[in-house]
Structures are given as C-alpha cells and as structure tokens.
Design a protein around this ligand. Structure first.
Ligand code: 5GP
Length: 137
C-alpha cells in the first residue's frame, strides 16, 4: 500500500505544495510546529532515510537546503531548524522548521492550527521566494 506521502505526491491527497522536481517534493506540514514548517520528501518511497541510495540521499539534502532558504526568506526566524524523525509516517521526510529557540524544535509541544487562507498565503510567499532565489519555477 502507498504511504500517505506517496498519495500526496500523486495528488490523491491534497497538499500545500512548496516545490517539486522529478525526484523530490516539498509541502507544508498540516500540523505545524511553527508557521512555515515544511516537509521535504523523495518521491521514491523509502521508509528509513538511512536506507536511501547515497546519491538520492545527498540530493534530497541539497533540495531541502533550497527549501530551507526559501522558507527563511519568508518567515522571520533566527534560523531554520532541520530534523528527521520519521516515527509517524513511514516515508522519508526532512522537517524544515523556522526557529528562534531550541524549544521550537520540541515535537511534544502543541501544534499550530492554521486556517486554509494562512497555508495558502504561505504557499504564495514561499514559492515566490523559491523563484526569486533562482531555484526554478
Ligand atoms: P514524523 O514521522 O517525522 O514523526 O512526523 C510526520 C509529520 O508529518 C508530522 O509533523 C505530521 O504533522 C505530518 N503529517 C502527517 N500526515 C500529514 C498529511 O496528511 N499532510 C501533511 N501535510 N502533513 C502530514
């Protein structure tokens, strides 16, 4: 059975898409720890990041770096926190999280509840930043 993230890539489940190429897909986390919390995934379904093919793994991180830069351009923060957990969804994903303190990376804290227009505005702003940074259409 396909993972929930494969269904997102295939458009069977909607997502707030930030960026995509032939191998990677970035979209807003639906239960964000912070405004702009984004997930970056390989389209190829690999559960555990350490099982990834070396080249795909390296390129995933390079793609995630660009996503981080685009998010950082839009969401005021001290830094972008980046982490991999993967205990909930068995499809490799990198969390890109705007942070100001270490506590902003605490996954035990309550998640934000954003309304659809807030997600939509983030998509507009971050995809604009993506283009301005020269990362593509
Ligand atoms: P992890 O597997 O790293 O523990 O966390 C999975 C992440 O995926 C969580 O932050 C959760 O909010 C996010 N997530 C789970 N299901 C969906 C979904 O259907 N859509 C989106 N956009 N995010 C999801």
């Amino acid at each position: 059975m396909s993972s929930i993230f494969t269904k997102i890539v295939n458009g069977e489940i909607p997502s707030y898409k930030i960026a995509e190429d032939d191998r990677f897909y970035a979209f807003l986390d639906i239960n964000p720890l912070a405004v702009g919390h984004t997930l970056v995934i390989p389209k190829k379904e690999v559960d555990y990041i350490l099982d990834m093919d070396d080249d795909l793994h390296a390129d995933l991180w390079n793609f995630a770096k660009k996503v981080g830069k685009a998010v950082e351009k839009v969401v005021p923060c001290k830094r972008i926190g980046i982490t991999v957990i993967g205990l909930e969804v068995p499809h490799t994903h990198i969390h890109i999280i705007p942070i100001n303190t270490i506590y902003d990376m605490d996954f035990n804290q309550p998640k934000l509840k954003l309304a659809a227009p807030e997600f939509e505005q983030l998509v507009i702003n971050i995809t604009k930043a993506w283009k301005e940074l020269g990362f593509g259409e």
